[in-house]
Write a protein that binds this ligand. Structure first.
Ligand SMILES: Nc1nc2c(c(=O)[nH]1)N[C@H]1C(S)=C(S)[C@@H](COP(=O)(O)OP(=O)(O)OC[C@H]3O[C@@H](n4cnc5c(=O)[nH]c(N)nc54)[C@H](O)[C@@H]3O)O[C@H]1N2
Ligand SMILES: Nc1nc2c(c(=O)[nH]1)N[C@H]1C(S)=C(S)[C@@H](COP(=O)(O)OP(=O)(O)OC[C@H]3O[C@@H](n4cnc5c(=O)[nH]c(N)nc54)[C@H](O)[C@@H]3O)O[C@H]1N2
Ligand SMILES: [Mo]
Length: 696
């Protein structure tokens, strides 16, 4: 195998080691086959144990995405009205000069004036270098507003950190040895396929698999049991499980005494949650809760390893942070952390020794303390005038690695904000997305086949390297290079703006990961204890699993976890009687890949899954056009009467490009900007709607 990058003149066949850049726990090791400078195929690296030679359907189409006829290949300048998506080609020199001039004008108005400039980015690429390195340096030097990157995982991340001390947990490979696996708020077959492989091994070895999810997902179909609870009621379920563990004495008293903090408080709280009480809240039967407690409790007595795979699906509701605290507490009750195949995994990202300060250089702020804006409320914030409390109105927005017009909640507001005539918007993209339509300047970025990067993962514990397989298409440039050149146009002279991408790749882990191993194999496994919390050693302030969090109590919050009901709780509105969740569609990745024709054809068209009873009450048949609406807006799509929907809950599969939907909207037209209990995250799955036949 030739591990080096291919040159276009090379007509021999080469294979280049890379990493899948997408926002998914699996972070696969990829092999790209290049012939004569053209990437003809991507496949999973068979030498990487977690990838095991297999990629998902979407990323198997990565060459189709990279060579897509609609790839942006040149800088573009807006010529039509905002949002019309009409552009003319300009040179890089003109684009960068103009952008720098606009930003300098804003920043030169006064000491904190640069705060009117906001970067907006997320995990279009999860790469540590193309994600946020040179870009962060640029915005720090400028003194722009900081962005709180909350759109996905901060409620759960905060819940996990308060309880376990960080984004830490079980190693994914040891799920293969578990005897009971709870798959909680995760459609693993869709969104975490390489975990599912380990779960399958466990299943073949006699493990019981239980899925806890309002939707009868593809994963639920393949588990032994499925508990279809109402969205946002996971905290109540976890408390009732604790109730049963306590009343039946299925507890590891020794583990509780030695390695936990706040047990007495949690115990008395859990005792208030009988299965009967929780069943009413969760929309389940008390017997279902008792049976699950029995399965979990049996592992306490037999020392059979019980493992929980949580995913972020369950924390996109008001009480998401508390629900994660409660679920993350469960393993300590039965002492399942004692075994390497026991415990819980939500995210493994906290285990990576990423040298973020070296990459992002917050020291360039040089004493400035710009405000922080929350990406989940971009709709409201773009419409906010200057005020003493808010600071300056947002005048310039620079978007990279994200498609906010499609993926941020309460889209009507987001669109109104992006449509502001006085807003200067720059978008770095591969494609003309919904967001790109609103750009004043649209800049072509390279894909993973065309640039260097280094990766961590939130689903396994291997660091990865991505080498460029081909030269950039057209005039596309890596994000890093765009910000490097923009820095030069701004007159930024710090020598950190001269670091090239390979230097940044080396900085990402510094000495903590052997870069030569990454260069050689494409991945390096972190050296971690197999059962990290067998004897406590949690990275919390007390070193214990913290049921009680002094840090939260000090903020005036509840020190103990509790069930926190949805903002828009089921049965609380006669006008909007259905709870809507909008989980990922299997063949899209958030809004990425929606424009890849072969994948869009697999998904068909925007769909709302509905239970037969709810459909009958509305006189709806599969295939009918419907209006899904609430106080925030109307979204049109097709309804499908489906066993995947439980009564009272509809599933609006996401996240379509608005312009490829039925009427130029998508499911976020009805989601809200209300935030979670912890972590200031969005509440996409905490959303009441009504559905009716579409008169159109
Ligand atoms: N194919 C594909 N893979 C993806 C993604 C994608 O869009 N497509 N997205 C990626 C991203 S950004 C992330 S963050 C990760 C993780 O992404 P997640 O969004 O966690 O992905 P899923 O696991 O598919 O979906 C969450 C599951 O949670 C369920 N759910 C919704 N509300 C609740 C609730 O209140 N309680 C419980 N128990 N379950 C609930 C949904 O029905 C769904 O089955 O996956 C990544 N992988
Ligand atoms: N209703 C609803 N809304 C949701 C969710 C949901 O479940 N339901 N999920 C939420 C979650 S979990 C997340 S993480 C967010 C995700 O939201 P985003 O992070 O915005 O993710 P994507 O929609 O995939 O858009 C990423 C964009 O980055 C671009 N991109 C990729 N690589 C590069 C690169 O190297 N350079 C540049 N410049 N651009 C690049 C892609 O072309 C793509 O258009 O969406 C959230 N929105
Ligand atoms: Mo996400």
């Amino acid at each position: 195998m030739n591990k080096t990058s291919a040159s276009p003149s090379d007509s021999t066949i080469t294979q280049v080691l890379g990493a899948c850049p997408h926002d998914c726990p699996d972070t696969c090791s990829m092999l790209t086959t290049v012939v004569g400078g053209i990437a003809i195929k991507v496949q999973g690296n068979p030498a990487h144990p977690h990838t095991d030679g297999a990629l998902c359907t979407k990323v198997s189409r990565y060459t189709e995405r990279s060579y897509h006829p609609e790839r942006l290949l040149h800088p573009l300048k807006r010529v039509g009205p905002k949002g019309a998506g009409q552009f003319e080609r300009v040179s890089w020199e003109v684009a960068l000069h103009d952008i720098a001039t606009r930003l300098k004008t804003i920043a030169s108005r006064g000491p904190d004036a640069a705060q009117a400039i906001l970067p907006y980015s997320y995990a279009g690429t999860m790469g540590l270098v193309q994600g946020d390195s040179m870009s962060a340096r640029f915005f720090h030097q400028l003194g722009a507003s900081l962005l709180d990157r909350t759109i996905c995982s901060t409620a759960g991340g905060e819940g996990l950190t308060q309880t376990l001390g960080g984004k830490v947990g079980m190693r994914v490979e040891f799920f293969a040895e578990a005897k009971l696996i709870l798959i909680w708020g995760s459609n693993s077959i869709t969104s975490n396929l390489h975990f599912w492989r380990y779960a399958q091994v466990a299943k073949r070895n006699g493990a019981k698999l239980v899925c806890i999810d309002p939707r009868r997902s593809e994963t639920a179909d393949k588990c032994h049991e499925h508990l279809a609870l109402l969205p946002g009621t996971d905290g109540a379920l976890a408390l009732a499980l604790m109730h049963e563990l306590i009343t039946n004495d299925w507890l590891d008293h020794d583990y509780l005494a030695q390695y936990t903090l706040g047990w007495e408080g949690l115990r008395s709280r859990a005792l208030q949650w009988s299965p009967e009480r929780a069943a009413l809240v969760c929309g389940l039967l008390p017997e279902q809760i008792r049976a699950l407690a029995q399965d979990y409790g049996a592992c306490a007595a037999s020392r059979a390893p019980a493992a929980i795979r949580m995913n972020y699906g369950l924390q996109r509701v008001h009480g998401g942070g508390n629900a994660v605290r409660l679920i993350a507490s469960l393993p300590a009750l039965i002492g399942s952390w004692r075994q390497r195949a026991g415990g819980v995994l939500l995210s493994s990202s906290g285990q990576f020794p990423v040298q973020r300060a070296a990459l992002q250089r917050p020291d360039l702020l040089a004493g400035q303390t710009p405000r922080t804006l929350n990406m989940s409320t971009i709709g409201d914030d773009l419409l906010r005038p200057a005020s003493a409390e808010f600071g300056p109105a947002i005048e310039a927005l620079i978007v990279y690695n994200s498609n906010p017009v499609a993926i941020a909640p309460d889209s009507a507001k987001v669109v109104q904000g992006f449509a502001r005539e006085d807003l200067f918007t720059v978008v770095l993209e591969h494609f003309q997305t919904d967001t790109a339509d609103y750009a004043d300047y649209l800049l072509p970025a390279t894909t993973q086949l065309e640039h260097w990067d280094v990766h961590s993962s939130y689903g396994h514990t291997d660091a990865l390297l991505n080498r460029p397989a081909i030269t950039p298409l057209g005039e596309a440039k890596p994000n890093t290079q765009i910000f490097r050149e923009l820095a030069a146009h701004m007159g930024f002279t710090d020598h950190c703006f001269a670091d090239d991408d390979q230097a940044l790749c080396r900085l990402a882990y510094g000495e903590a990961v052997d870069f030569d191993v990454l260069l050689d194999k494409g991945f390096a496994t972190l050296d971690l204890a197999p059962a990290p919390f067998a004897h406590g050693n949690f990275p919390t302030p007390s070193g214990k699993c913290e049921f009680f969090s002094a840090r939260l109590a000090a903020q005036g919050l509840d020190g103990l976890p509790d069930h926190v009901p949805n903002h828009e709780a089921f049965n609380s509105s006669p006008l909007y009687p259905l709870a809507m969740i909008s989980p990922p569609a299997r063949n899209f990745l958030n809004s990425s890949f929606v424009n890849v024709k072969s994948l869009r054809e697999l998904e068909g068209e925007p769909l709302l899954e509905m239970h037969a009873t709810d459909a009958a009450a509305r006189g709806l048949q599969s295939g009918d056009g419907v209006r899904v609406f609430n106080q925030r807006g109307v979204y049109r799509c097709k309804v499908e009467i489906s066993k995947r929907a439980r009564p009272g809950v509809v599933n609006g599969l996401g996240v379509w490009w608005r312009k490829l939907g039925l009427d130029g909207t998508n499911v976020n037209q009805v989601t809200s900007q209300k935030l979670t209990d912890l972590g200031r995250g969005p509440t996409f799955y905490d959303c009441l709607v009504q559905v009716e036949a579409d008169a159109l």
